[in-house]
Write a protein that binds this ligand. Sequence first.
Ligand SMILES: [Zn+2]
Length: 611
Amino acid sequence: MDNFVVSARKYRPATFDTVVGQAHITTTLKNAILTNHLAQAFLFCGPRGVGKTTCARILAKTINCQNLGKSEAVEPCDHCDSCVSFNQNASFNIHELDAASNNSVEDIRNLIDQVRYPPQSGQYKIYIIDEVHMLSQAAFNAFLKTLEEPPSYAIFILATTEKHKILPTILSRCQLFDFNRIQPRDIADHLASIAQKEGIQTEYEALELIAQKADGGLRDALSMFDLNVTFSEDRILRYKEVLENLHILDYDYYFRLTDLLLAGNLPQSMLLFDEILRKGFDGHQFIVGLSEHFRNLLVCKDVATIQLLQVTESIQQKYLQQAAEAPLSFLLSALSVGAQCDLNYKSAKNQRLHVEVCLMKLANLPNVLDIHAVPVLSSHSEPGETRNPEQAEKKKDSSADRDALTTSREPVALPSHTSEPTNGYHPQPNGNGTAKPLPERSPVIAGIPKPVGSKLRTTSNLVTVERPVATMADAVATALAEAPEMIKVDKPFTFEELQTVWQTYARMRDQQDGSRTEQVMLNRAFRLEGTMIHIALDNSLQANLLNDLRQDLLTYLRRELQNSQIQLTDTIALQETRKMIYTPQDKFNYLAEKNPALLELKRTLGLDVDY
Ligand SMILES: [Zn+2]
């Protein structure tokens, strides 16, 4: 039986062109080799398992290839002595140091010692230092000089997953390359090609699942792939089995649950959650997954953000379909409820109940939001407008309530929008089962109309204004202009005016049930700075009285002086309070104050106060 070699090693790319998902890096490196502009120190940053070490090795192999430049492609020939020794892992021109375990000054000194000797064969010596952020401070410092002025044959490639931990002095000496997370689709395609070479039958969905779980790391994806191949008895990767092996909650659950929640079906939602728990999934994992599902639906709402949906094509269609049925207001509220549940999950005593309460809130959202009645673009049906009669009926019901609001908005459709009256948040059953195309326009947050045109009406004067309005801000400005009595302008006032009003207030209080202390307090001197009144009080008793009175007083002053900015602040004047001399320490302090020589005595003899 042959020794099993894991796919990550067996199929480690050997040329730039076979590196998955890092075209921006390989192209740059190839151009640098081609134009002979190769830097002597590189820093490769990026998540684990995305090809940093692989690219470093390919670079080392390529620049040492004896046949380089004899063909157009900047790739190693794989036949010359150098390439062969590289392929056999026997090249003396490549040195790898794992800084995670060799992070001392000694390790770096050893490396620097090696750098002194030029390569015996080939042109370059390549030093790859992995996890370079783990180097100790002293090791970094020992390395700086060599990194700044390396011999012409030495090339340093530093690799790290945590760029922010690298000292600026190192960063400035290196050429930086940021490696991407690899797109799920690229990973799935790569796995498919490996499966083909290995003679393994696969369902593409299964590979997509692995790609999703790998979260951009190809090495992780490959080990998961190996694991699943080992599990399968007949060398066929099936979606269902991979789902179980990787212990992933099927997307399907989230889709079903969202459908139930949208329909306000709490009983079925709770049963579904129970089913998920019985399959051995954790409640927290579930709620995080559900929130992510809502997030994915949200990004589907807009053409601009749809690229943020990092799922594979087959699932994308399902997302688009459900996103069309889920109103934006529901998704936003659901995300907020989910985030709250996630946040408090750890501290909840009964975690199952905690998630169930979250489900109850979610299932109740359609009722609270009244999503089917919320106006999308228009809140009323214009008599002349043609539209779905059923929708018009619903809108009439809801619009009755909104008439009570101060302003109601009636959009006037712009010419380009006339053919389609609404922006379509109402679930529109789609006969052929395909996803509804996204609306061309960006979605509208429920309740805020699209800025088309508006008719504003204020209840106070019932003046109806009709004019095209460009933005919400304009609409507000228009509303204010049409209702001048609504506008509050702060009137300036003088100190004398304030005094008059203040005294009137004090008299008023006196006639009501004002106490003696209150009158004293109200007759304290005050001064005015802008709209801030400073009043100096004698004691905390007065301060408490003022606090009780503050709101009433401010309301009165603001109304009488017609200025809403008036504020009131008080200070208690410092008083010579006679402190009781009580403790031995107090007594000593009192005496020492009278005769400072006591302090000297205490210090000299090392005395202390007796307690
Ligand atoms: Zn070669």
